[in-house]
Design a binder for this molecule. Sequence first.
Ligand SMILES: C[S@@+](CC[C@H](N)C(=O)[O-])C[C@H]1O[C@@H](n2cnc3c(N)ncnc32)[C@H](O)[C@@H]1O
Length: 459
Amino acid sequence: MIIEVIQGDCEEILLSLKDKEYFKGIHLTFLDPPFNQGKEYNSHFDNMPEEEYWKWMERVIKKIYDLTVDGGAIYFMQREKNTEYVLRTLRETGWNFQNLIIWNKLTSAIPSKIRFSKKYQVIAFFTKGDKPLTFNNLRYEPPLLAMHEYERETGMYLTDIWDDIRELTSGYFAGGEAIRIKDNKFFTKEGERFHKQQSPIELLTQIILTSSKVGDFILDPFAGTGVTAIVAKQLQRNSISIEIDPLNVKLIQKRLQLKRDEDDISKFYSNYIYSVNLDKIWSNDAKSIDMKVENYYFKEIPKNKLNNVLLMKETLMNTLINELKISEDAIDFDYRVKDKDNKVHRFELVIHHDKQSNIIFRLIYVKNLKQADFWIKRIGFEYDILKEKKPNSEYLAVLSGLAFKNMIKNIGDEKLKHCLVAFPGWEKIFGLESLKEKFKSLNIKRNRIMEKQISLDNF
Ligand SMILES: C[S@@+](CC[C@H](N)C(=O)[O-])C[C@H]1O[C@@H](n2cnc3c(N)ncnc32)[C@H](O)[C@@H]1O
């Protein structure tokens, strides 16, 4: 994979790209130049006369056009007040209009006394030629609003309004992803934000996933903190980042080496779970799959169902302690759900038998086949780890939901023995006798009340 970070003026560097041995054309450009609004930059004067600024943009954009493959895309991000110039400059340099994306940055608006307060930024999506070479039509799962009764079973297509990606650069919500500097050291927990225009990795994840394939070349001529390179690398795309400021270049190189948790994009995987070709466009290296699955089940139980989870916990605990006479000390209850304060909970019940064995109950609600695929991998993974650490342990996956049949079929014989399906009606689908045996051998009585209570179908 090529990850080029080049220090210099992008106009000059763009001219020299064709001479590079690896260079076969650009598939996608993220263009986030200084907006000419008097911001403080080390190596750039951000208050040019309007005309000069747009002439400069035109030259840069034309050069990018010349380097782009047929059907390649450009995403030009700008202030909404410049929309007219943005569209004109792109059109006059040969690009074809696809969308004007409205990015509602989820931050406070810029107040005004003479007009409506301003709250969004534009991202113009254009291609070289009429049709994009690549357009992966992502489906995502919008948050369930209070007035919605049901979640959408398979999400919905992204539209040209992007309103669930939060900008980093607005004061209090810069969060952990924003790079900070203190006493000349980068990546400190406290201190000033290093670059006030740092774009969120989530934004680039959406753009790169939509408009490129694994192995494509992505260009960022105004790289800043290297957000494009950071995301492109994780999605296994080649990237060329150009940045004029040597300190920024140093930072990008360090950021690429560091692999900070805050820069890990796997947490967004679940947002796009309903996209048809996700595994193909989101490269699937073995190391990251566990991380993706891990992050995925943060969302497993919807936030607004948290009370049911807590109730379920109570019921299970009572049954285990009062009816099965398991000592309270031997039970760990853990559930992984994000609550309204964004705190993560884990939903897992572990009964410690003795030093060599545990019983783990995992409550799993599977809504569709995509989710089922994940859980099949996850169950296999957890089972192997458990067996390695405590060979006499039992792993009991308590399955429920629409796609459980698919899971049962695909978990595989070996692990199936350790998989328990406990919800009303399970005995019709799954061999009742073998499950009864399992209960008996584990000295856990089959209990109608418990089965009913732990059914996640009621969610
Ligand atoms: C709006 S910021 C980009 C922020 C970036 N998207 C990020 O997430 O960090 C624009 C960047 O362009 C750089 N820059 C300004 N003039 C440049 C030029 N002629 N060539 C290359 N980079 C330049 C600035 O130093 C600044 O870091």
